[in-house]
Write a protein that binds this ligand. Structure first.
Ligand code: PFF
Length: 449
């Protein structure tokens, strides 16, 4: 068994992050993605505005944050990739967890690359041809790009770009991309938030998004399920992506503060994206569209709304879909890193070889989603919902109950205060598992419905 801290088959030395900031930006890049831009606003509009946001924040803080810390500890303390880290920490009986991470990451990337393809295509369309004139034109345009040859091409190109970054390595590829990509993304989003605030009717948008309070929604099964799925998918914890990154982490860095930074950035971007999409939708009278039930909402309602602004609208659309593509690629690289580092770790293969074998495999696996949106939605419910949340449960059980001493030793050994470590461990043992089990039961019930 080779390990990530050994040389690979070509004799390359082990890899590391250039700095702690580089790791945080890459991990935040993994978290901030299409899920923030599309899913957050869409689910908030379905789940009753502020009630959804409150539930979401609660789940992120008390359930996801401890799991994220556990995931980072598992990666750093074992120095192994997601496939082998659970065995190294807890012994052979935890092997299925490693396979679960592999399956979830590969499954998610297979359809995530298709969504990236749509994003890239919409960007090119806004730049080169302009925006659809009305709703009917937008729907026809979306039907054209979201299945068939266009979607397959977009999927393969996006996967290829992801492969190029991952093949360039942790420091030269992923860290470099995150270092310029993340600040640029935040800057562009900030610009759009300010612009959206100036729209007539912006206030109405904020009202539907954040200020509409319906206490009954707090106990509504649909809202709870939405908040769970969104929290886990958006933070991206429970599937080994952050674990894979943490395996290249320095022993001294302060994991709890890094986890808080990642969660904070992710939530801020979700809220900011809502402060762009909701005013646009309200201002152009498209509210019934955003509460529709397909993953295409963003690709239909936003461009249609912006079309009436002429050149400025095109500019805004170009900025929005560029930042969406940056958000997506900093996420897709983390998904590809899961099987890549796992096979490098397990078989001692070189990074290049592993990346391209995986890209070929995932390219094929994604074809059904590229050809049929209904398949994509099923894949999302299964891999991005059930498997991802199960992985989070496994992570909480492994570090909370299986090897709590490892959790304590790693964090206290790197300078975290005892009370903090105790509090996190308590949440990991007593809060996360039962809460995740409830979220999982609701997600499974939804899947088989
Ligand atoms: N968090 C990403 C998003 O919100 O789009 C998606 C994602 C990335 C999920 C990495 C899971 C993951 F491991």
């Amino acid at each position: 068994m080779a390990a990530l801290h050994h040389r690979d088959e070509r004799g390359h030395p082990p890899e590391h992050w250039g700095s702690s900031l580089g790791f945080v930006l890459a991990a935040a890049g993994s978290a901030v993605g299409l899920g923030n831009l599309w899913g957050f606003a869409y689910r908030a509009s379905q789940g009753g505005g502020a009630a959804f946001v409150v539930l979401y924040l609660l789940i992120v803080l008390v359930v996801c944050l401890p799991v994220l810390v556990a995931e980072m500890v598992l990666g750093r303390s074992t120095g192994h990739a997601p496939l082998l880290a659970p065995i190294t920490a807890g012994g052979r009986r935890w092997a299925p967890l490693g396979w679960l991470y592999m399956a979830a990451a590969i499954g998610i990337l297979s359809y995530y690359a298709v969504l990236m393809g749509w994003t890239g295509r919409t960007l090119l369309h806004a730049l080169l041809d302009g925006l659809p004139a009305d709703m009917a034109a937008a729907e026809a345009y979306f039907a054209e790009i979201s299945s068939g040859g266009d979607a397959v091409l977009g999927h393969l190109i996006s996967l290829g770009l992801t492969g190029l970054v991952v093949a360039a390595g942790i420091r030269g590829g992923i860290e470099r991309l995150s270092r310029w990509g993340m600040p640029l993304l935040v800057l562009m989003l900030l610009g759009l938030v300010l612009w959206a605030a100036s729209l007539p009717g912006a206030h109405e948008g904020y009202r539907t998004f954040l200020l509409r309070w319906d206490a009954a929604k707090l106990t509504d099964a649909g809202t709870i399920r939405n908040a769970f799925t969104q929290a886990f998918f958006s933070i991206g914890t429970g599937i080994g992506a952050i674990l894979a990154y943490a395996a290249y982490l320095d022993r001294r860095s302060a994991i709890p503060s890094e986890a808080v930074a990642v969660v904070g950035m992710d939530t801020a971007v979700g809220l900011m994206a809502g402060c762009v999409t909701f005013p646009v939708v309200a201002s152009f009278g498209l509210s019934d569209v955003v509460s529709g039930s397909t993953v295409g909402t963003l690709f239909i309602s936003l461009p249609t709304g912006l079309a009436s602004l002429g050149f400025n609208g095109r500019l805004v659309a170009a900025v929005f879909f560029s930042l969406a593509y940056i958000a997506a690629i900093t996420s897709s690289v983390s998904l590809l890193e899961v099987p890549t580092s796992s096979l490098m770790d397990r078989l001692g293969w070189s990074r290049d070889r592993t990346v391209w074998v995986m890209v070929a495999l995932i390219g094929v696996l994604g074809l059904p989603s590229a050809l049929d949106v209904a398949v994509l939605e099923r894949m999302d419910a299964l891999f991005g919902g059930v498997l991802l949340i199960s992985g989070g449960l496994g992570m909480a059980l492994l570090l909370g109950w299986g090897v709590p001493a490892r959790f304590r030793a790693d964090l206290e050994g790197s300078g975290s205060r005892r009370w903090l470590v105790r509090g996190l461990l308590w949440a990991l043992r007593w809060v996360s598992p039962p809460a995740i089990a409830i979220g999982l039961a609701v997600s499974v019930a939804d899947l088989v419905r």
